[in-house]
Design a binder for this molecule. Sequence first.
Ligand code: GLA
Length: 379
Amino acid sequence: MKQKIAALFNQVHGRAPAVITRAPGRIEFIGNHTDYNGGTVLGAAIDRGVWVAVAPRTDGLRVFYSDMMGEKVTLAASVTAKQTGETSWINYPLGVLAALPAFQLKAPEGFDYVAISDLPTGAGLSSSAAIELASGLAFLALTGQQPDRETLVKIGKHAENNFVGVPCGILDQGVSGFGQKAHLVFIDCRGPRFDTVPLPESASFWIFNTHTKHALVDGLYAARHRECMEAAKALGVSLLVEATPEQVEAAKSRLSPDAFKRAKHVVDEIARVAQAVAALEKGDLDAVGHLLTASHRSSQHLFENSTPELDFLVDQLSATLNVHGARLTGGGFGGAVMALTSPAFGDAQAQAVADAYAKKFGARPDILHMRTGDGAEQL
Ligand code: GLA
């Protein structure tokens, strides 16, 4: 990919790039909607992601190109307005540029820019965090600034929250920044504090991308965020992480039915993350798998961010030999299911699940056998 982006840069801009960076996509392993509630979460960086190449310009222009759009877009450095329509992918690098001053860092004025990706779109593998981190690293290298990983992660999240306008937590950017091959990233989102947990060698990941997306997905994510904050307020805590499962249970009659369900999901899910870390340390992948499936059931019934398509895949996978567990991954309301399997689970079994899905829903999910990868880096 490094050669590929260098060649494309040359073709588009007629010269060599000065800096090339890469940042991975991620799988949300367990900890659904816990991040913005101050909770804990486990994710895996994958061996696919976004590559960014840049070179400085002296005329103050910023010339963007990505293999996803295939057209050059030129903006003056003074243009900071959010883009709409076809060029809205530029909001990720623009959001990063706009975030830099908040971290006492300098944004480059003019530059040529190319981004390429080998992440499947709409699979909930967080191409947005990957482009934010790869862009952030590239812009900072171009201006000779070297932030630590945590700052880079926070710049990405700042861009997403304040420029793109999604009230996400720190999971996606944190995993893309701190990922490590053959490890999961553990994030205590309150600090935030980042750590890695070794993944047993026999752990295998599969993604089933349904390509379904609820028409109101962004609004629904924001609605869940709001409901969680309201539930925390009703419980007398600033974030749901501060409430125990017992406190939530005791407050059941005081909370609206929805507030109770959202709060119960979050506090139980935070407990499951801790149990998953303990089970991983023991190498007990069956126990981990049960927690993954329990997480999905909680998303399905309590957080209500699943769909019939995702539930069907989890049902099928749970009943399949060599599958430890399965759950929706990411924001929900469509997207993908991930399965944790033993190495004995192979393509034939995955295709059988896809066959059953196609029979019911009339379309096939994409199947991806994922490998873990390293976090964002300059190449
Ligand atoms: C999306 C967000 C994350 C996180 C997950 C749900 O992926 O970007 O911050 O909230 O949903 O766990």
